[in-house]
Write a protein that binds this ligand. Structure first.
Ligand code: FUC
Length: 737
């Protein structure tokens, strides 16, 4: 199984640096010999405090906007929307880099030989090894969730020892820096008027040498071994900021380096080791540095898919742990003060995609930060619902930030005025229930799901006998009316109907499970059947809008109207074959016009083909992702780096091997011919079970299902279907012969 990213030189390029993280703290490591650099992040470093940005003119203009839309006066509607619905101010808060750790080594001027840097995903350990003047040096770095610090450990055979001057910086955006104690330097800043304060500290433990603070820097000389402990935080979590940041280093100081490492690995492996994917790749490819392996991509390098899959799981474990903020557009790893799209949460696909792998690749607890964030959004979303639309319930638009902002983001016609953010996010609560059958979780989540659904009981308008969203848009596409007029907003958009069908049904189902019977669930049921069904157009495609319009960008990166195929299971090969056929036509149309040009778009397409049980197309698109949208450090490239593609594609690899609804599990639904032989252990399915499988010559040879909860379902392999009834803790070996 491929688990190592490795390179033969250090780098100055962030896209070649390697990420580590413990959920809250993250770093990109460049691997320099004389000058090592860690660009560091902390998940709560966001500029500015919470804002009420709900446009005070929204509610009074809403009837006019709706009237324009009903009359087909789209430009008039959109102009009014830009003024009356946009946030005041128009933008949410931005995530920022925490800063940098610069490590200036002395005495390393000789020739460097045997250089290697690697990231071992099985251990979550970054290692640099090299020789200078024939003496070996070894540097290990990891971010541990067990002790909540970043640990750096340097050793050398050189009798002169290690000379090192560490420094903390932050692009000059800081308020103080310097000595904290005899062995610790620190840096701090206030970010934004009513924003958070940040603090970071670097503490040294030196064996066989000297260490002191001079000015802003630590000065270490003649050390046999050096361990540096890095801790950071903000007042978002820690009111006693400096004390708390310091305590974290104090706690870590009680352990030796080896103990810290062992504690880290035990914690990490508890999650990582749950799943093993073996595609029987040729191990010779593991002998090629990762950047070259990627550049000279070989379709028979199945180990690269193992590596990409493992990397996706590694990244989620490293940026989303219980108690942290959810993975943002770059997970946690961002080098900028003003990053692309503010490096926040785009919830019209990107944030959801970040969590597609959480359940099926057995990292259920890494999903938790998203649920905490939905809770953070809820009170804001109720205010937005009331102030902007005069509705009950919980609404969010296409972005949110650290404070759970729910008002409209940007003044951008094809995206900003979409009201489905909270609804889509809440389907993840149900997804978590389906995979875990955790009724306590459902009991806590149902009131939130219900608020999200409640909004639409008030917001939907009647038109042509149907209930429709209005205004709304199909993210972020534009249509052309027969008159030539372009528009993006309208009513009864396909994706909205699909999301709402899920949300209403999930609320009804949840209420049933929780023994709740009230008026509201009846209203949800009534509304659900009055949504416009998913329609097939004249070319055999799924319609994106309620009518068949010309598309301004037929290769658009969003494929929102296939939400029903994935992540939802409304469209399935075995349940709705006509719609599945139409979904394929839609995909082919997008791809024929250059679709899949961003990493996340390609990752969505891979999931779609997996759901269409087409392993060949799924693998073809996976290879295209590696070739066209993957950076040398295996980060997904939008461009720039955006983590959704990493997560979306890892999820898709899982979906190629096993799929599930509550009604059935499908084994090897999209196995490409190339992956003739392999095995996988620990993938999760809806209903609450883990699946282990092995296959040979493209045919399933073994399958074991281990129930984590009572499960009553069917298992399908090719055309064969078996009933499956297991109690929690039971397992069964399925025999297909
Ligand atoms: C959506 C996408 C863009 C980008 C941005 C962060 O707006 O359409 O491609 O991923 O989010």
């Amino acid at each position: 199984m491929s688990t190592k990213l490795w390179y033969t030189s250090s780098t100055w390029d962030w896209n070649q640096a390697l990420p580590i993280g413990n959920g809250r703290l993250g770093a990109m490591i460049f691997g320099g010999v004389q000058e090592e650099h860690l660009q560091v992040n902390e998940d709560s470093v966001w500029y500015g405090g919470p804002l009420d940005r709900n446009n005070p003119d929204a509610l009074k203009n809403l009837p006019k906007i709706r009237e324009y839309i009903r009359n087909g006066q789209i430009p008039e509607a959109e102009e009014l929307m830009m003024n009356a619905l946009s946030g005041t101010p128009q933008g949410q808060r931005s995530y920022q880099t925490l800063g940098d750790i610069q490590l200036y080594f002395s005495g390393l001027n000789g020739e460097v030989t045997d250089y290697r840097r690697e990231l071992e995903l099985a251990d979550a350990l970054h290692t640099v090894t090299f020789k200078v003047n024939g003496y070996a040096h070894r540097r290990e770095i990891f971010a541990t969730a067990a002790d909540d610090v970043i640990v750096m450990h340097f050793e050398t055979e050189d009798p002169a020892g290690i000379g090192l001057t560490p420094l903390l910086t932050r692009h000059k955006f800081y308020d103080y820096a310097g000595k904290y104690t005899e062995d610790t330097i620190m840096l701090g800043a206030k970010i934004g008027g009513d924003g958070v304060d940040l603090n970071m500290m670097l503490r040294a433990r030196v064996a066989g040498g000297t260490c002191e603070v001079i000015g802003e820097r630590l000065v270490i000389k003649g050390a046999k071994e050096v361990t540096l402990l890095f801790s950071a935080g903000t007042t978002f979590r820690y009111p006693n900021l400096k004390e708390t940041v310091w305590e974290k280093t104090e706690n870590a100081m009680q352990f030796t380096y080896e103990e810290l490492k062992a504690r880290h690995m035990a914690d990490y492996r508890r999650l990582f080791d749950r799943v093993k994917l073996d595609l029987h790749g040729d191990s010779a490819f593991d002998g090629i540095p990762t950047d070259e392996r990627l550049k000279n991509l070989d379709a028979s390098d199945f180990g690269l898919t193992e590596l990409y899959f493992n990397f996706g799981r590694y990244l989620l474990i490293s940026c989303s742990r219980p108690g942290t903020l959810p993975a943002n557009l770059q997970g946690i790893w961002n080098k900028d003060m003003a990053p692309p799209w503010d490096c926040k949460y785009t919830i019209n696909i990107n944030t959801e995609m970040n969590y597609w792998l959480a359940e099926n690749t057995n990292l259920s607890e890494c999903h938790m930060p998203l649920f905490d964030h939905i809770r953070r959004m809820l009170p804001n979303g109720k205010v937005t619902a009331r102030k902007m639309y005069g509705c009950r319930g919980f609404v969010a638009h296409h972005n949110t930030d650290i404070w759970g902002d729910t008002a409209v983001q940007d003044i951008w016609i094809p995206a900003s005025y979409w009201v489905m953010g909270a609804a889509w996010l809440c389907t993840h609560q149900w997804m978590h229930y389906e995979y875990t059958k955790d009724l306590d979780f459902l009991r806590e989540s149902y009131p939130i799901m219900r608020e999200a659904a409640l909004f639409f009981l008030d917001f939907l308008i009647e038109d042509d006998g149907y209930l429709k969203t209005c205004p709304s848009t199909s993210p972020e596409n534009t249509y052309i009316l027969p008159s030539g007029v372009r528009g993006a907003n309208g009513m009864g958009v396909t994706m909205d109907n699909q999301i709402l069908r899920d949300l209403f049904n999930q609320c009804i189902e949840a209420a049933k499970l929780l023994g709740i019977e009230d008026e509201l669930t009846k209203e949800f049921a009534d509304a659900c059947v009055r949504l416009v069904p998913t329609q097939i157009g004249s070319k055999g495609q799924i319609l994106e809008w309620e009518k068949e319009y010309e598309e301004a960008e037929p290769g658009h990166r969003h494929i929102s109207h296939l939400y029903g195929l994935h992540p939802s299971c409304q469209i399935t090969v075995d349940g709705t074959p006509e719609l599945a056929k139409a979904a394929r036509v839609t995909l082919e149309g997008r791809l024929a016009h250059g679709g899949g040009h961003t990493g996340w778009s390609r990752a969505w397409i891979i999931n779609h083909y997996a759901k269409l049980w087409d392993g060949e197309e799924a693998y073809k698109n996976l290879l295209a992702l590696y070739k066209q949208s993957t950076l040398p450090n295996l980060f997904d490239n939008h461009p720039p780096f955006q983590i959704d593609g990493n997560f979306g594609a890892a999820a898709a690899i899982g979906e190629m091997l096993v799929q599930s609804t509550m009604e059935r599990i499908v084994l090897l639904p999209a196995l490409p011919a190339e992956w003739a032989e392999g095995c996988v252990k620990g993938l999760c399915v809806r209903g609450g079970a883990e699946v282990d499988m092995a296959w040979k010559d493209g045919l399933l040879t073994e399958c074991v299902i281990r129930a984590k909860a009572d499960i009553d379902t069917k298992v399908r392999y090719q055309d064969k279907i078996q009933e499956l009834h297991l109690g929690a803790g039971e397992s069964c070996w399925l025999d297909w012969k």
